[in-house]
Write a protein that binds this ligand. Structure first.
Ligand SMILES: [Zn+2]
Ligand SMILES: [Zn+2]
Length: 279
């Protein structure tokens, strides 16, 4: 089964016409099912979770400005749109990409419980008030690369251990701009794979890295190998922010999955996981 479980409507509008463009592209590239996973921070309900990062900018006024323009949509409208798409017979899943913010577990859980999600993705884009994937000019020049990687994997481990999510997305996004640490990452891969297995959460293979400066898929094959060894299922993602990127480089993600031994991909219905043959 060919699925892409990670895409965003944020560059368009919450309308059936725009949503249909995603499904038409999916159909054109041979996908059986797609999951829409808008960013939590686009919704007003997320202000209580990330709003503090848009105030008190500290060293990152550009990031705070960017974030302060978010939190504008309503989750009710988003959920109703995806339901309306389903009613038209489009094979859609209702998802959400939620930033894990330490200390906000209760607020995140409340949003998860409030809507009939098919699945919820957990991600880390912020380390404190630094959005490390915002730009290579923002924060990176003055950072110690090793410390940034350690902080990232520590945060991702906490996100995983929270047990809130169905899949952990782009699980080495910290490499987005191609910064390379000199410390070994194996211990972090090991700890993360073990934690994923323990809370029975999937790991996402995300082809968007191929379109970024790093030029490779998330995550690293060595990490994926460890996930496979301890029985962590995968979800598949192209992380489209435009309809034309739906399913883009999915084949490369499937090849990577198969290369470490995966034969199935996780799909979801109302947060119940269904493994399907990887096709
Ligand atoms: Zn993301
Ligand atoms: Zn995304």
């Amino acid at each position: 089964m060919r699925v892409d479980y990670h895409m965003h409507l944020e560059k368009g509008s919450l309308t059936l016409d725009y949503l249909e463009q995603f499904w038409l592209q999916a159909k054109a590239v041979g996908l059986d099912e797609i999951g829409i996973s808008e960013h939590g921070h686009n919704f007003r309900q997320y202000r209580g979770i990330m709003g503090h990062l848009a105030r008190g900018a500290g060293d990152y006024p550009g990031i705070a400005n960017w974030l302060s323009d978010k939190f504008s949509l309503h989750l009710d409208d988003y959920v109703a749109l995806i339901q309306a798409g389903k009613e038209r017979g489009w094979p859609l899943k209702l998802g959400l990409e939620m930033d894990y913010i330490p200390g906000k577990e209760k607020e995140i859980a409340e949003i998860i419980e409030a809507y009939p999600w098919d699945y919820v993705l957990g991600s880390v884009h912020f380390l404190g008030n630094w959005s490390f994937d915002f730009s290579p000019e923002s924060g990176w020049p003055e950072k110690d690369i090793n410390s940034a990687y350690v902080a990232y994997f520590t945060a991702l481990l906490a996100a995983t251990r929270s047990g809130l999510f169905d899949s952990i997305t782009h699980p080495d996004l910290i490499k987005i701009f191609g910064h390379e640490p000199s410390i070994p990452l194996e211990p972090y891969y090991e700890a993360l794979a073990t934690a994923l297995s323990k809370v029975d959460t999937c790991v996402e293979i995300n082809s968007a890295g191929l379109r970024k400066p790093v030029g490779v898929i998330y995550p690293h094959p060595a990490f994926l190998q460890k996930c496979h060894a301890v029985g962590v299922p995968i979800t598949l993602a192209c992380d489209a922010h435009d309809p034309h990127d739906v399913g883009r480089d999915l084949e490369a993600a499937i090849v990577l999955a198969k290369s470490v031994g995966y034969t199935s991909v996780a799909t979801f219905a109302k947060r119940r996981r269904i493994l399907q043959p990887l096709g």
